[in-house]
Design a protein around this ligand. Sequence first.
Ligand code: FES
Length: 103
Amino acid sequence: MTFHAVMPLDDLVDGIPQQIRLNNRTLVLVRLDTDVYVLDDRCSHEDFSLAEGEVDGDEMTIECARHGALFSLVDGEAVTFPATRPVASYATRLVNGVVEVDL
Ligand code: FES
């Protein structure tokens, strides 16, 4: 495990996806209250940014804005078509108010 400091939790708006670059990867961060979920920012259906989609905090999903596939924020599983493959998800932790991502 290698955790990388990314940004203060307070810089993330609850339920609004935030795209970042980290170690040559493009990731999408989603804050829900004090939890932060991180996925690869690339839909598994076609090459499209998940950071442009909407978050459902009750269902714990993010929607691809291109064709509407839903992905689990928790583990990146494809929840609905047209996506059938998951996207990678990453563990996070908070250290002194700073979000860290395990890459
Ligand atoms: S590109 Fe994401 S659902 Fe098609």
